[in-house]
Design a protein around this ligand. Structure first.
Ligand code: URA
Length: 263
């Protein structure tokens, strides 16, 4: 691997800055100052920057189909975590953002802090698309209000513009077949009028329980929630719940370049 790539991917700095650092004589390979960024290095070479040994961290990116019932945390004393599904993978990877314990669907994991920032920082406006089933009803006016902004806090916490598509609406009884096999959130069967809606809510922020709170603000109780896409990347239908695969170079490129355009 090229020396500049090695240093950039190890998190020293971006490629351009790394080249300048090498050219200014701050990097040694096997204790010899090297000023050629394109120099090829081998696994056994000892690379030091300002006297400190640099260990290569190969960047890894995963797409995970999170099942309901595990928490999005690096560790937890009580619950199973998403990391329990990654025991075979290299250390140092972490979940990008979080899904509630009872939410299913697309979750990225990585050891790349820049990728995490690009996906999660609110200034990057990365859209997250959720499929939901919720008890309740919704008219067109309410749907539009939710898209414009909903107060979900105790005071002035308004959500940013969102996209809400209602694809199903009717009596709960009509949907028994479609709900069969899904892990539903607990609900008081007498408390609602037993109408059901289903659809997609796309948001570009990540406030705690945001989808549930947005729908709740207008009297709808989420029974089932699944994240189906982040940016332009959809959950791979080949992945069963609890399974993961590496993101392809093309997917990483789509996600990262999309954000560069937003900056
Ligand atoms: N919104 C929620 O309410 N829960 C999630 O897990 C993600 C978004």
């Amino acid at each position: 691997m090229r020396l500049d790539k090695f240093l950039a991917e190890s998190g020293i700095a971006g490629r351009r800055k790394v080249r300048a650092l090498i050219q200014s004589g701050k990097v040694t390979v096997n204790q010899v100052i090297v000023t050629e960024p394109a120099m090829m290095i081998r696994k056994e070479d000892v690379v030091e920057y300002e006297g400190e040994r640099i260990t290569y961290q190969e960047k890894r990116y995963y797409m995970f189909h999170k099942p309901s019932g595990c928490v999005t945390a690096r560790s937890d004393e009580v619950h199973k975590t998403v990391m329990d599904y990654f025991r075979e993978e290299p250390k140092g990877i972490f979940p990008v953002g979080r899904l509630d314990k009872d939410t299913e669907g697309l979750l990225f994991l990585t050891n790349d802090g820049e990728f995490d920032y690009a996906m999660m920082n609110p200034t990057k406006h990365v859209e997250k698309r959720y499929f939901f089933w919720a008890l309740g009803q919704m008219d067109e006016e309410t749907r539009k209000q939710i898209e414009t902004g909903v107060e979900i806090g105790d005071g002035d916490l308004f959500t940013k513009p969102a996209k809400l598509e209602i694809t199903e609406s009717g009596d709960l009884a009509m949907y028994q077949e479609k709900l069969k096999g899904l892990t539903l959130r607990p609900y008081n069967q007498g408390a609602y009028n037993r109408k059901l809606i289903g659809g997609y809510l796309t948001i570009c922020e990540g406030k705690k329980h945001q989808v549930k709170r947005m729908l709740k603000a207008h009297g709808c109780y989420v029974l089932y929630l699944k994240r189906v896409a982040i940016g332009d990347i959809e959950l791979d239908p080949q992945l069963n719940k609890g399974e993961h695969r590496e993101l392809t170079a093309k997917e990483i490129d789509i996600l990262m370049n999309r954000n560069e355009k937003q900056d």
